[in-house]
Ligand binder design. Structure first.
Ligand code: RB5
Length: 144
């Protein structure tokens, strides 16, 4: 994964800005889908464009932040090509890739420190999908 899309609502703007710096520093290309203000806004307005970019291949994967993470996860997972996984520590962030092959990592910005957020991003980006029984389970998620 080289090109990462990222979005947030107003609650995740500060972490998003810092994560963009972190990702650029690590050599990733980053596409910012907003929001870019701390003024109250609606997470679906940012989640849908990020999801579309992941589905189209414009970006290889995505990171989304909102207060609890649930608004972003709920919205993103309406897209058939998206597996958005909420993480709150580094083990969950690693497993959401290894077991669930999440192509979007969702971060609950109001409930984790920035330090935890960046460690989760690193854990998720460096993990690999384990396949096998986990692929069988993923195949059972989508309804016809
Ligand atoms: C915003 O107040 C908050 O509802 C939002 O960031 C998110 O937590 C929703 O799921």
């Amino acid at each position: 994964m080289k090109r990462i899309g990222i979005c947030s609502d107003h609650t995740g703007v500060a972490y998003k800005s810092r994560l963009i710096g972190y990702l650029l520093d690590k050599g990733y290309e980053v596409v910012n889908f907003g929001a870019d203000s701390t003024e109250s806004c609606d997470y679906p307005d940012y989640a849908h464009p990020l999801a579309a970019a992941v589905e189209s291949g414009e970006v290889d994967a995505g990171i989304a932040l909102c207060g609890t993470g649930n608004g972003m996860a709920l919205t993103l997972n309406h897209h058939r090509g998206i597996r958005a996984g909420l993480a709150w520590n580094t083990t969950v962030a690693r497993l959401v890739r290894e077991h669930n092959n999440a192509n979007v990592l969702v971060i609950p910005a109001r409930f984790v420190s920035y330090r935890m957020a960046v460690m989760m991003v690193r854990a998720w980006l460096t993990a690999e999908f384990a396949g096998g029984r986990h692929l069988r389970r993923l195949d059972k998620i989508l309804l016809p």
